[in-house]
Design a protein around this ligand. Structure first.
Ligand SMILES: [Zn+2]
Length: 279
């Protein structure tokens, strides 16, 4: 015979447990306003949502309601809600065309890219180097530009950690750290250490005036076809953390360059959406 008293005890225990769970859930819910929960559940559908950053997303959302949820998540993932050079991490990738280096992601002082090769002196000064994939693409681009009547020259390419250290210290001593940080990368944080980027000029203008040259217009229309992007555009300084540099181009490969050009985004944004935690 089944003992009726025992069954009643079991049912009571189950009911008490259920009540406890429901009360517990409600208690948690009280700490987050209903609107925030709706926002978070929408954010969770975006595939680069990171549950560790939930509170930061909400705070950034409340401060930037004009931005899309994709932009909120992208910018928090990039650490843009934190001061430059805080929350920094070492790049998890080495010797890849898709390494991201910015004011939150750095390379070790010992990092020297593999496959560094010399650039031809017909378009650069002696001793300049780039990673081979970037150099090959650069030469194709420069040769086509030349056929079209434009003379693009390389003024700076790979820079070692120590070179950047000297450069940054010189700027810092002259202008102070705050000012130097607006135009020069700290050692380890310079994209030039990747061996994947170049500063260019046109034989007729100084590199800082590159945007005034017809070569610049040519680059705007064609660089992506060779895998290069304008890395620090004028209207993206709040995302890249760098003032506009019309002369600084980064090799990311044709596929990524084409996407960035088509969607008018930065490499930083591309990285969060398609590379970070996915490669
Ligand atoms: Zn540069």
């Amino acid at each position: 015979m089944v003992n009726m008293k025992n069954i009643l005890i079991y049912i009571s225990i189950v009911l008490l447990l259920l009540a406890g769970i429901i009360l517990g859930v409600n208690k948690n819910k009280k700490t987050i306003p209903k609107e925030d929960n709706t926002i978070i559940s929408k954010m969770k559908k975006i595939n680069y949502y990171n549950k560790m950053y939930k509170d930061r997303y909400l705070k950034y959302y409340n401060e930037n309601k004009n931005l899309s949820l994709e932009d909120i998540i992208t910018r928090v993932n990039l650490n843009l809600d934190k001061d430059y050079y805080t929350n920094t991490i070492k790049t998890p990738y080495q010797n890849k065309d898709y390494i991201l280096v910015n004011k939150y992601i750095y390379m070790d002082s010992s990092y020297i890219p593999e496959n560094l090769v010399n650039l031809d002196q017909s378009y650069s000064r002696s001793g300049m180097k780039l990673v081979k994939s970037a150099k090959n693409a650069l030469e194709k681009m420069i040769n086509t530009a030349r056929e079209d009547g434009y003379t693009i020259r390389v003024m700076s390419s790979y820079r070692s950690y120590n070179y950047q250290l000297d450069l940054y210290n010189r700027y810092k001593n002259a202008d102070g750290e705050e000012k130097a940080d607006t135009y020069s990368a700290r050692p380890g944080f310079s994209e030039h250490q990747t061996g994947l980027c170049i500063d260019v000029d046109d034989a007729e203008v100084n590199y800082t005036d590159f945007e005034k040259s017809t070569s610049f217009t040519w680059m705007q229309e064609n660089a992506y076809k060779y895998g290069f992007i304008l890395r620090y555009p004028e209207d993206k300084t709040n995302i890249t953390g760098y003032t506009y540099e019309s002369w600084h181009y980064r090799y990311v490969g044709k596929k990524i360059a084409k996407y960035i050009k088509k969607h008018n985004i930065t490499f930083d944004e591309y990285y969060v959406r398609f590379i970070e935690n996915k490669m």
